[in-house]
Design a protein around this ligand. Structure first.
Ligand code: TXA
Ligand code: MG
Length: 338
């Protein structure tokens, strides 16, 4: 049985008690929902891998309530201090060297001398972690390979019966996971784009930031820097195809009755589609990022839909994070005019 908890003090205390007993609790953040367990003990962390069916060579984010808690585990250089002062709490995850190799269990770090640290905006989640007084792991609360979850209902869809509880704090505002920046290397490097952009990071640290704009490709035998990036990701069981706004009229003429379209409101208006085959991404890249995973999940559960056409957006600001997730969902499939 998976308990549905709310954000009152009594329920947060209950969640902290579950964590203290080595249990697993899904928690809200402004990006997506996460799955928490005591990050300092390997058995609770193993339960998170099992619940998600996540491969063990993929390390987990460590979620802290504030920078004081972070300092118990990681070495901070000047760049880390500046970024924390500027962006925490918020949607920026830092890869930092650990104080010593054994300070976190090896299933959290996948044996790396570094770990990923995040301090989410959610006051509820930060209260939970400070009550518990230990960091909690925080991978996205979805089955491995599936789109991340942005509501407690979606968490229940994937995790009911697999974890002890979910804290419902309404929909996540941002909708795509945090930016990951690697500070364990001389030049700060973006490993995953998110709401905080490379330019914003560069402005704060006053140094260049490496941002591989193309999806991270993995050479055979070479360990990828963000190990999670090599796996199939954000993928519904339906076919996902990216289309460009200027191809909307053409796409409309070839659409099948089993196709659905996901687009910004003005582009969606060019299609004459029933509700169950269309989903608005709102007016811009911010709303598109917020809606993407919900929409993919909704169509995934709709038997009449076989293929989902999703509008591509400019890779600027949060549009870069949106396109990074969409390209992975689509496995590189694009709509081309014949
Ligand atoms: O917004 C988020 O970051 C969400 C919320 C719940 O906090 N969490 C999240 O976690 O997206 P997850 O586990 O789905 O993604 C974490 C990524 C993975 O790709 C993992 O490989 C990478 O971070 N990662 C973890 N530790 C790392 C390390 N030491 N070095 C490089 N990459 C690391
Ligand atoms: Mg994930």
């Amino acid at each position: 049985m998976t308990l549905l908890l709310h954000t009152n003090n009594q329920d947060i205390q209950r969640a902290a008690d579950i964590l203290a007993k080595g249990g697993v609790v899904a928690f809200p953040t402004e990006t997506v929902y996460g799955i928490g367990a005591d990050a300092t003990k390997s058995e609770p962390v193993d339960k998170v891998f099992a619940a998600k069916k996540r491969p063990h060579d993929n390390p987990l984010i460590v979620t802290v309530s504030d920078d004081q808690m972070l300092r118990r585990f990681a070495k901070l250089d000047q760049r880390a201090e500046q970024l924390i002062a500027h962006f925490w709490p918020g949607s920026l995850t830092l890869i930092l060297p650990l104080l010593d190799d054994e300070i976190l269990p090896s299933n959290v770090t996948a044996g790396l001398p570094t770990a990923a640290f995040r301090n989410p905006k959610s006051q509820v989640t930060r209260n939970l972690i400070s009550l518990f007084n230990n960091p909690i792991v925080g991978p996205s609360a979805n089955l491995s390979t599936k789109p991340s979850t942005t509501t407690a209902a979606h968490v229940m869809h994937d995790m009911a019966g697999r974890i002890d509880a979910v804290i419902d704090d309404g929909p996540s505002q941002i909708g795509v996971e945090s930016t990951i920046v690697d500070l364990s290397v001389p030049d700060a490097t973006i490993l995953r784009p998110g709401a905080v952009t490379a330019d914003e990071i560069a402005a704060v640290i006053g140094q260049k930031v490496i941002d591989p704009s193309s999806p991270i490709t993995v050479a055979k035998g070479v360990a990828p820097k963000a190990p999670g990036m090599k796996y199939r990701h954000y993928a519904p069981s339906k076919d996902v195809v990216i289309f460009q706004a200027e191809d909307a009229e053409q796409l409309e003429t070839v659409l099948k009755s089993s196709d659905a379209v996901l687009a910004l409101t003005d582009i969606l208006a060019k299609f004459d589609l029933p509700k169950e085959r269309s989903w608005s991404l709102g007016k811009d890249a911010n709303s598109a990022a917020e809606e993407l995973f919900s929409a993919l999940r909704a169509f995934d559960d709709r038997d009449s839909v076989q293929r989902i056409y999703v509008q591509g957006l400019a890779k600027k600001g949060i549009g870069e994070a949106y396109m990074n997730r969409l390209e992975k969902s689509a496995g590189g499939q694009h709509f081309h005019l014949e």
